[in-house]
Design a binder for this molecule. Sequence first.
Ligand SMILES: Cc1cc2nc3c(=O)[nH]c(=O)nc-3n(C[C@H](O)[C@H](O)[C@H](O)COP(=O)(O)O)c2cc1C
Length: 330
Amino acid sequence: MSVQIGNIDLGEFPLLLAPMEDVSDPPFRYVCKQNGADMMYTEFISSEGLIRDAAKSRQKLDIFEYERPIGIQIFGSDINSMREATEIATLAGPDLMDINYGCPVKQVACRGAGASLLQDIDKMVAMTKAVVNATHLPVTVKTRLGWDDNTKNVYEVAERLQDIGIKALTIHGRTRAQMYKGEADWSLIRDIKKNPRIQIPIFGNGDIDSPEKAAAWRMEYEVDGMMIGRAAIGYPWIFREIKHYFKTGEHLEGPTIAERIKVCRTHLEKSVAWKGPKTGIFEMRRHYASYFKGIENFKEFRMRLVKAPDMAEVEEILGQIHDTYATEMA
Ligand SMILES: Cc1cc2nc3c(=O)[nH]c(=O)nc-3n(C[C@H](O)[C@H](O)[C@H](O)COP(=O)(O)O)c2cc1C
């Protein structure tokens, strides 16, 4: 059965790329899309930033045709600001709007935004309603199980947000108090999925990092699709590997070194094209270790990559990496 969000058809059991601050920008989304992500989101964007016309927030609204379907994710603590930010973001032309009620970090959650709304469901409902009414686009929500172990209220959240018109819900199987610690627990996500009142798609999120786990949790928790975050960083092949495993029960070969270099280079080129050479090269530095994870004796190359000041030097190092490893690992 195909999963629908409004008029968007995502096919059977879609794999979503998680919104990730400073990671899921257009260059990264490009390589994830190439490798099978079915739907993607921008990183979260501050509603106050958008209203102030802050250049950094506005830049995050950039989306490209090949990314569709794509959602813009916003966060904030003030209902009016969220409404206004929704109107601004809608003009950027995404396929849907998403609200972040999951972010646990202090600067967000302790200022009444992100996961903090899990402590005030009435306000969360009012905020969501304001967003739903401010756009013609489908609205989705991403949240956690609850604020802490004593208040795992996502079951109620799911019902109430569905009732006021959200079109899908993604749940990260941790509480705010857990931050990113411990293992994600999807059992409550399964309870919501089994609730006969719930009609909207429910996506599971948290700790999917291999095709085996994706297949096992798909069976065990009966969700409509999965959202993948950290496992895609430096490894966008995770999407195609999971899909292949679902289809055949067999492991797709991992990327060759030549393929790693190719995708890393594409990511870098897109980064420079979108951000300009200085920022593009600088911000790419955080990705090299992930692209070449697990390769023996790589440290020296990595050190050189993160110091290389321009495209020509990065290219030269990538060429040397190819010459050093390609034949032995091809
Ligand atoms: C670096 C980083 C940045 C993140 N930024 C966001 C964000 O902007 N919006 C959001 O909803 N979640 C954000 N998250 C949470 C992820 O979307 C996801 O819920 C979490 O990482 C669990 O999924 P995973 O185990 O597949 O990584 C971020 C996570 C990481 C690691």
